[in-house]
Design a protein around this ligand. Structure first.
Ligand SMILES: Cc1ncc(COP(=O)(O)O)c(C=O)c1O
Length: 307
């Protein structure tokens, strides 16, 4: 019997290129294993973070680890390793990844292995996994031409259900929205909240530009407080752009000059169409470009400064 959960020669590229750290032990992506009794697998009972490197160094690890702990606290889930230990595991895990180019890092903390049942007491020790694999830059056309989104029919989780502020491994809400985007040949799906307002996308936050002001849905719209979203408030101030929270609706879209989405791995992506509606001029706009340039400058400076 093949002991490997994924047959090495046929492992898809993303898995074959990955290095994985399971509870402190580093293995290749095709050999990494977690028990089927892990409550992360059984119930999605866990939290995660996605980071990327610039200059081969994790960008803003302190912010990601703070959010990881905040997410875990919302589930009464412990994250036993200290931040220093987690950062050291990040470095150990990415060391084995292809030595050229940037790295994507995913940290997962689950309730751990335990008998069937929802009582957290059946799991003694959380499982801590780090996946490191080469970061994939978006194709050039994404920045050059912009992308198309759709508005999903599935709504974002109600904050009193699985609160979107928790970056949880329980991702079916996001998966269902993204399936709609895939079926429509779109890059991402916008999710509305239970009040019908724009909330965020399946794996990114959403911004519009109207009359020179950059607006993004407020946290109480029910969304993940993106690290990149927060960074844009700072980067916007640096370049003299007002970046504010505002309640946004689909009916606002005809009046916006630009729309863009943000995430750690995608940075700032210009959107030129939502469904069959053209956004602004139908081409990527100058505000998104300016914010992206400044974000990359900041990332470069911060990761070089670590020398
Ligand atoms: C639902 C959701 N919103 C927003 C984001 C963007 O967050 P960040 O900028 O921290 O990557 C993500 C990232 O994965 C996400 O999953």
């Amino acid at each position: 019997m093949n002991p490997n959960p994924v047959d090495a020669p046929t492992a898809p590229a993303g898995i074959a290129e990955a290095t994985v750290n399971v509870n402190g032990v580093v293995t290749s992506g095709d050999r990494a294993v977690v028990s089927v009794f892990d409550h992360g697998f059984l119930y999605g009972d866990g939290v995660y973070e996605t980071l990327r490197t610039y200059n081969r160094r994790p960008f803003l690890p302190d912010r990601h680890l703070a959010r990881l702990r905040a997410s875990a606290a919302r589930l009464s889930l412990e994250v036993p390793p200290s931040d220093a230990e987690l950062e050291s595991r990040l470095r150990d895990t990415m060391r084995a990844v292809h030595p050229q180019g940037e790295v994507m890092l995913r940290i997962l903390v689950t309730r751990g292995v335990g008998d069937l049942g929802y009582d957290p007491a059946v799991c003694r020790t959380p499982t801590v996994v780090i996946i490191a694999r080469p970061h994939r830059e978006s194709p050039e056309r994404v920045q050059r031409d912009g992308v198309r989104l759709v508005v999903a029919s599935v709504v974002r989780n109600h904050p009193r259900s699985v609160d979107p502020v928790i970056k949880s491994n329980n991702l079916l809400n996001n998966v269902l929205a993204m399936q709609e985007a895939v079926r429509a040949g779109a890059y991402e799906a916008i999710l509305l909240n239970h009040r019908g307002e724009l909330a965020e996308c399946s794996q990114s936050n959403l911004f519009v530009v109207r009359d020179g002001v950059v607006l993004t849905p407020p946290l109480d719209a029910g969304l993940l407080e993106g690290v990149t979203r927060n960074l844009l408030f700072e980067v916007g101030a640096e370049v003299g752009l007002a970046v504010r929270e505002a309640v946004l609706r689909e009916s606002d879209l005809p009046d916006v000059d630009e729309l863009f989405i943000t995430s750690t791995t995608r940075e700032v992506v210009p959107v030129v169409e939502v469904g069959s509606r053209t956004i602004g001029s139908g081409s990527p706009g100058p505000v998104a470009r300016r914010l992206l340039r400044r974000l990359r400058e900041r990332a470069d400076r911060l990761t070089r400064a670590a020398d």
